[in-house]
Write a protein that binds this ligand. Structure first.
Ligand code: ARG
Length: 461
């Protein structure tokens, strides 16, 4: 049997393999609600402009509501032979309403229909991701405020660099997630134009009112070029780019959680709720959630690369390749949302080991820069010379296997006679971190201020 929706010129029905490669219903049924909302807006406009009769429009609207109820109650039978969500809905509508249902597709094509549905879906997903990220920020800010003065090592090259605080480190991620949220809302703003009425590619000769449908669906305006409207998926790419950057942030943090929770670092303890055991090694507490947040970022980045590759060679306007825009995006956004939730849970539950962090903060001569700064400030040395002198002192302490604050004053004075007992004040990690008061620096007072600023800002969002 040839296809009921487009089979007019066909004598034979499709091969089973064509049906298998062509059907998108298994995944695009996910935006049935957006599809029906789009159809309702469209038919209301067709009635308002006199393109279909008020009676037909009312019957179609009622029928669409019935289809929606059937889908939501699980009664609806989706059919692969009907390819996609658009034709599944319309075909059922025809069964309910009769021939008048055929008027719904006036001045419309599946090309502008799918572009509209997909934008509506992505818009909802962007809002949901933004809300999840807000909760993650709140969890991070709470933990940061509690740990504004918890000294921990700061690293460069994963080597001890200078002491920071746990709160300062967590607030670094609050900033990153803040920009991720900004990117999601930028994407939303640019996405929010309505393709409906662009029809297949060239617009339509019917006197449609595109402002009306755009408004009804919550779009800011109709898209200005019919070819662009049906041919581009940059809104999906932009969303995936923002998602991939965000997944990258979560992955870096996850990597740190994995490191910090090892017995070797011992900086944090993950809760039982966020740890798994080993079936052979009874002592193990594995950070599987963090590892999976790190691992799943690959899928999000993969979806971006996948869709960029699908799109890059397509001549305008629509090609069926574009049906490949959906599965990767669905998977990427679901994955990201799960990763955000897992990260939020781990942060809320994690308990820092303050003694271990502090001990480690002093390892590796992490206050050497403080000594060099003291030589500049008190003795008046140029920084480059102070760097060199401090390097010699560090070498001496290292030979004696002593931390800087335990190296006798006389030993330092052998290298630089102008060093006085006053230097002791800057050699400990607590004083070191306290002195980092420059704007954006790691001093506990700064961290407290930044955490309070974020808390206030987040409460308003
Ligand atoms: N299922 C299709 C998609 O997702 C809908 C658009 C089909 N348009 C067409 N001209 N065949 O892209």
């Amino acid at each position: 049997m040839s296809n009921a929706m487009w089979g007019g010129r066909f004598a034979e029905g499709p091969d089973a393999v064509l049906e298998a490669i062509n059907a998108s219903i298994d995944f695009d049924r996910r935006f049935y609600a957006q599809d029906i909302a789009g159809s309702k807006a469209h038919v209301a406009m067709l009635a308002a402009t006199g393109i279909v009769s008020k009676a037909d429009a009312a019957a179609i609207t009622k029928g669409l509501d019935e289809v929606l109820a059937e889908i939501e109650s699980g009664e609806f039978t989706f059919s692969r032979a009907l390819e996609d969500i658009h034709m599944n809905v319309e075909s059922r509508l025809a069964e309910i309403v009769g021939p008048a249902a055929g008027r719904l597709h006036t001045a419309r094509s599946r090309n502008d229909q799918v572009a509209t549905d997909f934008r509506l879906f992505v818009r909802d997903a962007l809002d949901a991701l933004g809300a999840s990220l807000l909760r993650l920020q709140q969890a991070l800010v709470d933990k940061a405020a509690e740990n504004a003065a918890s000294v921990m090592p700061g690293f460069t090259h994963l080597q001890s660099a200078q002491p920071v605080t746990f709160g300062h480190h967590l607030l670094a991620y609050v900033e990153m997630i803040g920009r991720d949220r900004g990117r999601l809302s930028d994407a939303r703003r640019r996405l929010n134009e309505c393709p409906l009425g662009s029809a297949a590619l060239a617009g339509t000769s019917f006197p449609i009112d595109r402002e009306m449908t755009a408004r009804a669906l919550g779009f800011d305006r109709p898209t200005a070029n019919s070819l662009d409207a049906v041919a581009d998926r940059d809104f999906a790419l932009e969303t995936l780019s923002a998602a991939a950057i965000c997944a990258g942030h979560l992955s870096r943090f996850a990597e740190e959680i994995v490191l910090w929770s090892t017995p070797q670092f011992g900086f944090i303890r993950l809760s039982d709720r966020f740890s798994t055991g080993s079936s052979i090694m009874p002592q193990k507490r594995n950070p599987d959630a963090a590892e999976l947040v790190r691992g799943k970022s690959g899928r999000v980045i993969g979806a971006l690369v996948g869709l960029m590759t699908v799109m890059k060679g397509l001549p305008l306007a629509y090609s069926k390749d574009m049906q490949e825009d959906k599965e990767g995006l669905f998977d990427a956004l679901d994955t990201l949302d799960l990763c955000i939730a897992a990260t939020t849970g781990m942060v809320a539950d994690m308990v820092p080991n303050l003694a271990a962090m502090k001990r480690s903060a002093g390892a590796g001569y992490a206050t050497a820069t403080d000594l060099a700064d003291w030589l500049v400030r008190v003795v008046g040395m140029p920084f480059r010379e102070a760097h060199h002198v401090t390097g010699r002192i560090v070498a001496k302490a290292s030979e004696a296997k002593l931390p800087l604050e335990k190296l006798p004053l006389e030993a330092m004075q052998e290298i630089e006679p102008r060093i006085t007992a006053d230097v002791a004040g800057v050699l400990g990690v607590v004083n070191s971190v306290k002195s980092r008061t420059s704007y954006g620096g790691a001093a506990p007072a700064n961290v407290r201020r930044q955490a309070a600023r974020w808390r206030k800002a987040l409460a308003k969002q």
